[in-house]
Write a protein of this length. Structure first.
Length: 274
């Protein structure tokens, strides 16, 4: 990845250094971003992010600074804070600025009305905190090829990226991968409870469920094989796994349940976007 466009004179300004903003900052610094080329604006960053900024000499401000035009203005505040954040950062956006928003539900039209120029909506997910994120991206017509390359590098520092050509598809990304980690964590909870009901001690069930889910995810990450093949590799004919999958893959099993869950999340994302 290349952050060569970002300099102290043409910096990246990060608005919000919470869990996602902090994860992004850590990924950028690990990827070679010049600490002098980034300014973080947050009145009360978490201790771990404050320590990261202090260790690398990253400029931190409690409020948006004067006299700076950002090359990239990345807004990582909570969606309910966007109404106040957009007017506050207006002076940071100039003709050469690309604004990147990771706030769910805030449309490109809303951001364009406040800031103008090149706008990218991004939907990362929480595995970005460990460098395994998945981020959907949508750009308005004012976004240049150079803007896209730079945004890909920035969001790619914490995982994989992919562009969608319709803003409405950001809602689908939100419903699938944005909310998806919660579905996986729920699986670990449910697997723990099922183990307890099968007779395992609670502590052992929790420990084994956690390792099974995280270990399977790591195997999926490292293997070139598709999930279907990995599933079949675990499944002996007429064996224990086959008996379980007969339940999970029934007409009223896991697939239709996830279909309804993702559809509900997508509908809610659409409602939030107005």
């Amino acid at each position: 990845m290349s952050f060569s466009e970002l300099t102290p004179a043409s910096p990246l300004v990060l608005i919000g250094a919470g869990k996602m903003g902090g994860a992004l900052l850590a990924g950028w610094l690990a990827g070679g971003l010049d600490p002098k080329a980034v300014t973080v604006v947050d009145p009360s960053p978490p201790p771990e992010t404050a320590e990261l900024m202090a260790r690398h000499g990253v400029t931190h401000r409690a409020t948006p600074p004067d006299g700076i035009t950002a090359r990239v203005l990345l807004i990582a505040v909570k969606p309910q804070m966007m109404g106040a954040a957009l007017p506050a950062v207006r002076a940071l956006a100039g003709p050469g600025t690309v604004t990147v928003s990771i706030a769910a539900g805030t449309t490109v039209a809303t951001i364009e009305a406040a800031l103008g120029g090149a706008i990218v909506r991004a939907m990362p997910n929480t595995p970005a905190q460990v460098g395994r994120g998945a981020t959907g991206l949508f750009a308005n017509e004012g976004t240049t090829d150079a803007d896209r390359v730079l945004v890909e590098a920035l969001l790619g520092a914490v995982g994989i990226t992919g562009w969608v050509e319709s803003e409405t598809l950001i809602d689908a990304v939100t419903a699938m991968s944005g909310s998806g980690p919660a579905y996986v964590f729920l699986l670990a909870e449910a697997l723990t409870e099922a183990g307890i009901k099968a007779g395992l001690p609670a502590e052992l069930a929790a420990r084994f469920a956690r390792q099974t889910v995280s270990g399977s995810g790591e195997l999926l990450h490292q293997s070139p094989l598709p999930p279907e093949t990995l599933r079949k590799n675990v499944t002996s004919p007429n064996g224990t796994t086959a008996a379980a999958l007969h339940v999970l893959m029934a007409d009223d099993g896991l697939q239709p349940l996830l279909d309804r869950a993702v559809a509900a999340a997508k509908q809610r994302a659409e409602e939030l976007a107005g």
